[in-house]
Design a protein around this ligand. Structure first.
Ligand code: PMP
Length: 375
C-alpha cells in the first residue's frame, strides 16, 4: 500500500514516546513564555506590529514575486542597507527565512571540488546546506578549532568552515576568533550562523561576529534570522558585497523563492531601529539568562552556563523531558523540550529562553515551577 511505511514509523514513534504534536497558541495565552525565541520581547511591541502593518498597507500582503522579478521593493533594499550597517558588514541579502539564508550561503560558497568543514553541533539548516552543496563535507568535533585546522589541512583548494555562533541546543558559543584564525591559516572562508547572537551578543545586539571583531572581514560571512530577537520573520546573509552579488546570481533559495513578505521586512526594520535607540535590551537578555542559570543551579538543577539567551537544563531521559515539560506547562509555564532525534548527542533537555522583558518575579516563578516538577 502506498505510504504504508508511514504507519510503521508512527507506531515506532508512539512506542518510543517520541510523537510530536502541534499546539495552536491562543492570542491571549496565559502561559509564562520561556519557550519562544522572542529574546527581546519585540514580537508584539507596538512599533514592530505597526511597522508590519504600515509595510503591508504600502506594499501589499505579499512581495508578489521572486526577488529578481518583482519581489524586491524599496523596503527590502532599505532593510538590507540597515541590517548590514547595524551588524558591521559591507552588504546584506534578505531571504524569506533563516533556513533559506543558510541553504544559500553554504551551497553557493561550496562549489564542486571544495571542502566544507562543519561543526557536529550545527543547526539542521546548515546541515541541509552541506547536504545540498556540491562540495564535500567533513563533520568535526563540536567547538574544536584544532579539529577544524586538521580537516582544512587535508584539502587543497577552496574550503569553508561553517558553524553556529551560538548553538541552539545548549546555548554555548563557538570559539569564533580561534575558528577565524584556523581558517586564515589555510585560506578558507568562515560562514557563521548568528541566529541566536543577533540582538543578544555584541555592542547593543550587533551580533557575535561584531563582538569577535570579525564583522566586515573579507573572509567572513554571517547568516541571521529575523524571526528571533527581531520579532519578525525571515533571514539574511551578511558579508562582502562580492559575496552578496554572487548569491544574487547563484543561490537557488534566493533566485527561485518569493521575496520576503513586506510586513516581515517592515517589522524587522522597525525592530532594528528600536535596537539602535534602546541598546540596553541586548544586555538585559544576557543578564536574564545569567540569573536564570544561577537560580536553576542553586536549586540543584543541571543547567549549562549560557553564553547568550538560551538556557539548557538536562533531563534524565526523553520520556522524563516530555513529562517534565508537560507538568510545568500544566502549572502555567511554557518551555522548550529538546530530545532525540532533534539533538545530535542523544541528551534530552528543557530549553529555556531568557527574554529581556522577564521580571525578577517571573524568573523566580519559572525556576520554582521547574524545580517542583523535576523528575
Ligand atoms: N539557524 C539556527 C541556529 C536556528 O536556531 C534557526 C531557527 N530555529 C534557524 C537557523 C532557521 O531560521 P528561520 O527560523 O528564520 O528559518
Amino acid at each position: 500500500m502506498a505510504f504504508g511505511w508511514i504507519d510503521e514509523q508512527a507506531q515506532l514513534r508512539t512506542r518510543a514516546g517520541l510523537v510530536r504534536t502541534l499546539r495552536p497558541r491562543p492570542a491571549d495565552s496565559p502561559l509564562l513564555d520561556l519557550a519562544s525565541n522572542d529574546y527581546l520581547g519585540l514580537a508584539r511591541h507596538p512599533e514592530i506590529t505597526e511597522g508590519a502593518a504600515r509595510a503591508a498597507r504600502t506594499w501589499g500582503g505579499g512581495s508578489t514575486g521572486s526577488r529578481l522579478v518583482t519581489g524586491t521593493t524599496e523596503l527590502h533594499a532599505e532593510l538590507e542597507r540597515e541590517l548590514a550597517d547595524f551588524c558591521g558588514f559591507e552588504a546584506a541579502l534578505v531571504f524569506s527565512s533563516g533556513y533559506a539564508a543558510n541553504l544559500a550561503a553554504v551551497t553557493a560558497l561550496a562549489p564542486h571540488g571544495s571542502l566544507i568543514v562543519s561543526d557536529a553541533g550545527n543547526h539542521a539548516s546548515l546541515i541541509d546546506g552541506c547536504r545540498l552543496a556540491r562540495g564535500a563535507t567533513q563533520v568535526v568535533a563540536h567547538a574544536e578549532p584544532d579539529a577544524v585546522r586538521k580537516a582544512l589541512a587535508t584539502h587543497e583548494g577552496t574550503a569553508i568552515t561553517v558553524s553556529d555562533t551560538v548553538f541552539s541546543v545548549d546555548g554555548d558559543a563557538a570559539p569564533l576568533a580561534a575558528l577565524a584564525e584556523a581558517c586564515r591559516e589555510h585560506g578558507a572562508g568562515l560562514v557563521v550562523d548568528d541566529a541566536h547572537g543577533l540582538g543578544v551578543l555584541g555592542d547593543g545586539g550587533r551580533g557575535a561576529p561584531y563582538a569577535a571583531g570579525l564583522a566586515g572581514a573579507g573572509d567572513v560571512v554571517a547568516t541571521v534570522t529575523l524571526s528571533k530577537s527581531l520579532g519578525s520573520q525571515g533571514g539574511a546573509v551578511l558579508g562582502p558585497a562580492r559575496v552578496v552579488d554572487h548569491l544574487v546570481n547563484a543561490a537557488r533559495t534566493f533566485i527561485f523563492d518569493t521575496g520576503l513578505a513586506p510586513a516581515a521586512a517592515g517589522a524587522a526594520l522597525a525592530a532594528l531601529r528600536l535596537l539602535r535607540r534602546e541598546p540596553e535590551r541586548a544586555a538585559r537578555a544576557r543578564a536574564v539568562a545569567g540569573e536564570l542559570h544561577a537560580r536553576l543551579t542553586a536549586a540543584g538543577l543541571e543547567a549549562v552556563r549560557p553564553d547568550a539567551a538560551v538556557v539548557s537544563v538536562r533531563a534524565p531521559s526523553p520520556e522524563d523531558a516530555v513529562r517534565w515539560a508537560a507538568q510545568v506547562r500544566a502549572a502555567g509555564l511554557a518551555v522548550g523540550c529538546f530530545r532525540p532525534p532533534s539533538v545530535p548527542d542523544g541528551i534530552s533537555r528543557l530549553r529555556l529562553t531568557a527574554r529581556a522583558d522577564l521580571t525578577g518575579q517571573q524568573i523566580e516563578r519559572a525556576v520554582r515551577l521547574i524545580g517542583e516538577t523535576r523528575p
